[in-house]
Write a protein that binds this ligand. Structure first.
Ligand SMILES: Nc1ncnc2c1ncn2[C@@H]1O[C@H](COP(=O)(O)OP(=O)(O)OP(=O)(O)O)[C@@H](O)[C@H]1O
Ligand SMILES: [Mg+2]
Length: 256
Protein backbone atom coordinates (compact mmCIF):
# COMPACT_ATOMS: atom_id res chain seq x y z
CA UNK A 1 0.00 0.00 0.00
CA UNK A 2 1.27 3.44 -1.00
CA UNK A 3 0.03 6.30 1.14
CA UNK A 4 0.50 10.04 1.24
CA UNK A 5 -0.42 11.79 4.45
CA UNK A 6 -1.15 15.54 4.33
CA UNK A 7 1.48 15.80 1.60
CA UNK A 8 2.25 19.45 0.90
CA UNK A 9 4.72 21.57 -1.04
CA UNK A 10 4.95 25.34 -1.19
CA UNK A 11 6.83 27.29 -3.81
CA UNK A 12 7.20 30.71 -2.23
CA UNK A 13 3.65 31.65 -1.34
CA UNK A 14 2.07 29.18 -3.78
CA UNK A 15 0.87 25.86 -2.40
CA UNK A 16 1.23 23.51 -5.40
CA UNK A 17 0.20 20.37 -3.48
CA UNK A 18 -1.98 21.11 -0.50
CA UNK A 19 -2.29 18.52 2.24
CA UNK A 20 -3.13 15.55 0.00
CA UNK A 21 -3.94 12.37 1.93
CA UNK A 22 -4.57 9.35 -0.24
CA UNK A 23 -3.90 5.61 -0.29
CA UNK A 24 -3.25 3.43 -3.33
CA UNK A 25 -3.74 -0.30 -2.97
CA UNK A 26 -2.04 -3.08 -4.96
CA UNK A 27 -4.15 -4.36 -7.83
CA UNK A 28 -5.65 -0.96 -8.60
CA UNK A 29 -5.06 1.58 -11.32
CA UNK A 30 -5.82 5.07 -10.10
CA UNK A 31 -6.13 7.86 -12.63
CA UNK A 32 -5.12 11.28 -11.34
CA UNK A 33 -6.87 13.99 -13.28
CA UNK A 34 -7.31 17.72 -13.03
CA UNK A 35 -6.76 20.86 -15.08
CA UNK A 36 -3.33 22.12 -16.18
CA UNK A 37 -1.39 23.35 -13.17
CA UNK A 38 -3.53 21.35 -10.72
CA UNK A 39 -0.46 19.81 -9.10
CA UNK A 40 -0.54 16.31 -10.62
CA UNK A 41 3.10 16.20 -11.73
CA UNK A 42 4.21 17.91 -8.52
CA UNK A 43 2.33 15.24 -6.53
CA UNK A 44 4.23 12.56 -8.48
CA UNK A 45 7.49 14.42 -7.84
CA UNK A 46 6.78 14.41 -4.11
CA UNK A 47 5.99 10.69 -4.13
CA UNK A 48 9.00 9.66 -6.22
CA UNK A 49 11.39 12.02 -4.42
CA UNK A 50 12.26 14.50 -7.19
CA UNK A 51 10.91 17.15 -4.82
CA UNK A 52 11.06 17.32 -1.04
CA UNK A 53 7.78 17.91 0.76
CA UNK A 54 7.25 21.04 2.85
CA UNK A 55 5.04 18.92 5.11
CA UNK A 56 3.41 15.50 5.24
CA UNK A 57 4.69 12.03 4.47
CA UNK A 58 4.96 9.29 1.84
CA UNK A 59 4.74 5.68 3.02
CA UNK A 60 5.06 2.39 1.20
CA UNK A 61 3.87 -0.71 3.06
CA UNK A 62 4.10 1.25 6.29
CA UNK A 63 7.66 2.38 5.69
CA UNK A 64 8.24 6.13 5.77
CA UNK A 65 10.03 7.16 2.57
CA UNK A 66 9.71 10.92 3.07
CA UNK A 67 13.37 11.49 3.91
CA UNK A 68 14.75 9.26 1.15
CA UNK A 69 16.32 10.31 -2.16
CA UNK A 70 14.67 9.45 -5.48
CA UNK A 71 17.04 6.50 -6.20
CA UNK A 72 16.44 5.13 -2.68
CA UNK A 73 12.69 5.36 -3.23
CA UNK A 74 13.04 3.55 -6.53
CA UNK A 75 14.99 0.86 -4.73
CA UNK A 76 12.18 0.65 -2.18
CA UNK A 77 9.71 -0.14 -4.98
CA UNK A 78 8.51 3.15 -6.45
CA UNK A 79 8.92 3.14 -10.22
CA UNK A 80 8.56 6.18 -12.41
CA UNK A 81 9.25 6.10 -16.11
CA UNK A 82 10.93 9.37 -16.96
CA UNK A 83 13.83 9.01 -14.54
CA UNK A 84 15.49 6.46 -16.72
CA UNK A 85 16.33 7.26 -20.32
CA UNK A 86 18.55 10.16 -19.51
CA UNK A 87 20.82 7.88 -17.53
CA UNK A 88 22.40 5.87 -20.35
CA UNK A 89 21.88 7.85 -23.56
CA UNK A 90 25.07 6.52 -25.18
CA UNK A 91 24.19 2.87 -24.70
CA UNK A 92 22.06 0.78 -27.01
CA UNK A 93 18.42 -0.03 -26.40
CA UNK A 94 19.30 -3.61 -25.48
CA UNK A 95 22.13 -2.53 -23.16
CA UNK A 96 19.82 -0.13 -21.34
CA UNK A 97 17.29 -2.87 -20.66
CA UNK A 98 20.03 -5.31 -19.62
CA UNK A 99 21.37 -2.80 -17.11
CA UNK A 100 17.92 -2.34 -15.63
CA UNK A 101 17.52 -6.13 -15.36
CA UNK A 102 20.98 -6.48 -13.87
CA UNK A 103 20.42 -3.83 -11.24
CA UNK A 104 17.27 -5.67 -10.23
CA UNK A 105 19.01 -9.06 -10.10
CA UNK A 106 21.80 -7.79 -7.93
CA UNK A 107 19.40 -5.93 -5.69
CA UNK A 108 21.47 -2.82 -6.12
CA UNK A 109 20.45 0.77 -6.39
CA UNK A 110 20.20 2.20 -9.85
CA UNK A 111 23.49 4.09 -9.45
CA UNK A 112 25.49 1.14 -8.16
CA UNK A 113 25.45 -1.02 -11.25
CA UNK A 114 28.59 -3.03 -11.96
CA UNK A 115 29.58 -2.05 -15.45
CA UNK A 116 32.51 -4.45 -15.52
CA UNK A 117 30.36 -7.53 -15.41
CA UNK A 118 30.65 -9.52 -18.64
CA UNK A 119 27.25 -9.19 -20.21
CA UNK A 120 27.91 -11.53 -23.08
CA UNK A 121 28.08 -14.54 -20.81
CA UNK A 122 24.75 -13.88 -19.29
CA UNK A 123 22.40 -15.57 -21.69
CA UNK A 124 19.38 -15.49 -19.42
CA UNK A 125 19.71 -11.74 -19.06
CA UNK A 126 20.08 -11.27 -22.79
CA UNK A 127 17.03 -13.40 -23.48
CA UNK A 128 14.94 -11.56 -20.89
CA UNK A 129 15.99 -8.20 -22.37
CA UNK A 130 15.02 -9.40 -25.84
CA UNK A 131 11.66 -10.53 -24.52
CA UNK A 132 11.04 -7.09 -23.00
CA UNK A 133 12.00 -5.42 -26.27
CA UNK A 134 9.51 -7.62 -28.06
CA UNK A 135 6.76 -6.71 -25.62
CA UNK A 136 7.52 -3.02 -26.08
CA UNK A 137 7.80 -3.39 -29.89
CA UNK A 138 11.42 -2.27 -29.82
CA UNK A 139 13.09 -5.38 -31.26
CA UNK A 140 13.89 -3.57 -34.51
CA UNK A 141 15.70 -0.88 -32.49
CA UNK A 142 17.66 -3.36 -30.38
CA UNK A 143 21.13 -2.08 -31.25
CA UNK A 144 20.27 1.58 -31.75
CA UNK A 145 21.76 4.15 -29.39
CA UNK A 146 19.11 5.34 -26.92
CA UNK A 147 19.79 9.04 -27.52
CA UNK A 148 19.15 8.63 -31.26
CA UNK A 149 15.68 7.10 -30.90
CA UNK A 150 12.54 8.99 -31.85
CA UNK A 151 10.52 10.30 -28.90
CA UNK A 152 7.93 7.50 -28.95
CA UNK A 153 10.60 4.80 -28.90
CA UNK A 154 12.44 6.50 -26.04
CA UNK A 155 9.28 6.48 -23.99
CA UNK A 156 8.68 2.82 -24.80
CA UNK A 157 12.27 2.11 -23.75
CA UNK A 158 11.60 3.87 -20.44
CA UNK A 159 8.64 1.58 -19.91
CA UNK A 160 10.68 -1.51 -20.84
CA UNK A 161 13.30 -0.47 -18.26
CA UNK A 162 10.65 0.26 -15.70
CA UNK A 163 9.13 -3.21 -16.17
CA UNK A 164 12.64 -4.69 -15.91
CA UNK A 165 13.10 -3.05 -12.51
CA UNK A 166 9.94 -4.77 -11.22
CA UNK A 167 8.75 -1.96 -8.98
CA UNK A 168 5.71 -2.42 -6.77
CA UNK A 169 4.33 0.96 -7.83
CA UNK A 170 4.22 2.17 -11.45
CA UNK A 171 3.77 5.90 -11.98
CA UNK A 172 2.91 7.15 -15.46
CA UNK A 173 2.65 10.89 -16.11
CA UNK A 174 0.90 11.39 -19.45
CA UNK A 175 2.62 8.33 -20.93
CA UNK A 176 1.23 8.82 -24.42
CA UNK A 177 1.77 12.58 -24.67
CA UNK A 178 3.41 13.54 -27.95
CA UNK A 179 3.33 9.96 -29.25
CA UNK A 180 2.44 8.88 -32.76
CA UNK A 181 -0.87 7.11 -33.41
CA UNK A 182 1.09 3.87 -33.83
CA UNK A 183 2.84 4.13 -30.46
CA UNK A 184 -0.18 5.06 -28.34
CA UNK A 185 -1.88 1.62 -28.44
CA UNK A 186 1.44 -0.12 -27.69
CA UNK A 187 1.86 1.93 -24.52
CA UNK A 188 -1.75 1.44 -23.46
CA UNK A 189 -1.39 -2.32 -24.00
CA UNK A 190 1.69 -2.34 -21.78
CA UNK A 191 -0.21 -0.57 -19.01
CA UNK A 192 -3.07 -3.08 -19.41
CA UNK A 193 -0.54 -5.89 -19.17
CA UNK A 194 1.03 -4.48 -15.99
CA UNK A 195 -2.48 -4.17 -14.60
CA UNK A 196 -3.08 -7.91 -14.93
CA UNK A 197 -0.46 -8.42 -12.22
CA UNK A 198 -2.67 -7.84 -9.20
CA UNK A 199 0.30 -7.19 -6.91
CA UNK A 200 1.13 -3.93 -8.71
CA UNK A 201 -0.12 -0.46 -7.88
CA UNK A 202 -0.52 1.86 -10.86
CA UNK A 203 -0.87 5.65 -10.80
CA UNK A 204 -1.70 7.28 -14.10
CA UNK A 205 -1.91 10.98 -14.90
CA UNK A 206 -3.88 11.24 -18.11
CA UNK A 207 -5.85 13.96 -19.85
CA UNK A 208 -7.61 11.71 -22.37
CA UNK A 209 -10.86 10.84 -20.62
CA UNK A 210 -11.62 7.87 -22.87
CA UNK A 211 -8.36 6.28 -21.74
CA UNK A 212 -9.12 7.09 -18.10
CA UNK A 213 -12.62 5.66 -18.41
CA UNK A 214 -11.31 2.40 -19.81
CA UNK A 215 -8.27 1.82 -17.61
CA UNK A 216 -9.02 3.34 -14.23
CA UNK A 217 -10.49 1.48 -11.27
CA UNK A 218 -10.66 4.77 -9.46
CA UNK A 219 -10.26 8.47 -10.23
CA UNK A 220 -8.69 11.08 -7.98
CA UNK A 221 -9.21 14.71 -8.94
CA UNK A 222 -6.71 17.37 -8.02
CA UNK A 223 -7.55 21.04 -8.35
CA UNK A 224 -5.37 23.90 -7.11
CA UNK A 225 -3.21 21.34 -5.33
CA UNK A 226 -6.13 19.90 -3.40
CA UNK A 227 -7.80 16.52 -3.56
CA UNK A 228 -11.22 17.47 -4.83
CA UNK A 229 -12.87 14.12 -5.62
CA UNK A 230 -12.00 10.45 -5.20
CA UNK A 231 -14.06 7.46 -6.21
CA UNK A 232 -15.38 5.12 -8.88
CA UNK A 233 -14.74 6.44 -12.41
CA UNK A 234 -18.38 6.74 -13.49
CA UNK A 235 -19.32 8.43 -10.25
CA UNK A 236 -16.42 10.91 -10.30
CA UNK A 237 -16.82 11.77 -13.97
CA UNK A 238 -20.53 12.40 -13.43
CA UNK A 239 -20.11 14.49 -10.28
CA UNK A 240 -21.09 18.15 -10.72
CA UNK A 241 -17.85 19.36 -9.17
CA UNK A 242 -15.80 17.52 -11.80
CA UNK A 243 -18.06 18.41 -14.70
CA UNK A 244 -17.79 22.03 -13.74
CA UNK A 245 -14.24 22.35 -12.48
CA UNK A 246 -12.47 20.03 -14.87
CA UNK A 247 -14.36 18.54 -17.75
CA UNK A 248 -16.23 21.76 -18.36
CA UNK A 249 -13.08 23.79 -18.90
CA UNK A 250 -10.32 21.38 -19.92
CA UNK A 251 -10.13 19.84 -23.37
CA UNK A 252 -10.45 16.05 -23.39
CA UNK A 253 -7.37 15.78 -25.53
CA UNK A 254 -4.24 17.67 -24.62
CA UNK A 255 -1.85 18.66 -27.37
CA UNK A 256 1.55 18.30 -25.75
N1 LIG B 1 9.71 23.80 -9.26
C1 LIG B 1 8.66 24.64 -9.20
N2 LIG B 1 8.79 25.90 -8.77
C2 LIG B 1 7.73 26.75 -8.69
N3 LIG B 1 6.48 26.39 -9.02
C3 LIG B 1 6.28 25.15 -9.48
C4 LIG B 1 7.34 24.20 -9.58
N4 LIG B 1 6.83 23.02 -10.05
C5 LIG B 1 5.51 23.23 -10.23
N5 LIG B 1 5.17 24.50 -9.89
C6 LIG B 1 3.82 25.06 -9.91
O1 LIG B 1 2.96 24.16 -9.25
C7 LIG B 1 1.68 24.12 -9.88
C8 LIG B 1 1.35 22.70 -10.27
O2 LIG B 1 2.11 22.32 -11.40
P1 LIG B 1 2.11 20.83 -11.97
O3 LIG B 1 3.15 20.77 -13.02
O4 LIG B 1 2.21 19.87 -10.86
O5 LIG B 1 0.66 20.74 -12.62
P2 LIG B 1 0.02 19.55 -13.46
O6 LIG B 1 -1.28 19.22 -12.79
O7 LIG B 1 0.98 18.46 -13.67
O8 LIG B 1 -0.34 20.29 -14.84
P3 LIG B 1 -0.29 19.73 -16.37
O9 LIG B 1 -1.60 19.05 -16.60
O10 LIG B 1 -0.17 20.97 -17.19
O11 LIG B 1 0.89 18.83 -16.52
C9 LIG B 1 1.76 25.09 -11.07
O12 LIG B 1 1.21 26.30 -10.66
C10 LIG B 1 3.25 25.20 -11.31
O13 LIG B 1 3.56 26.43 -11.88
MG1 LIG C 1 1.88 17.61 -15.33
Amino acid sequence: MLETQALTIRFGGHVAVDSVSCGFAPGTLTAIVGPNGAGKTTYFNLISGQLRASAGSVRLNGRDLTGLSAPARMHAGLGRAFQLTQLFPRLSVHENVRLALQSRQQGLGWRQIRFWRTWDDDRALIARADELLERTRLSARRDHIAADLPHGDQRKLEIAMLIALEPQVFMFDEPTAGMSVDDVPVVLDLIREIKTDRSKTILLVEHKMDVVRELADRIVVLHNGRLMADGEPAEVIASPIVQQAYLGVAPTEKTA
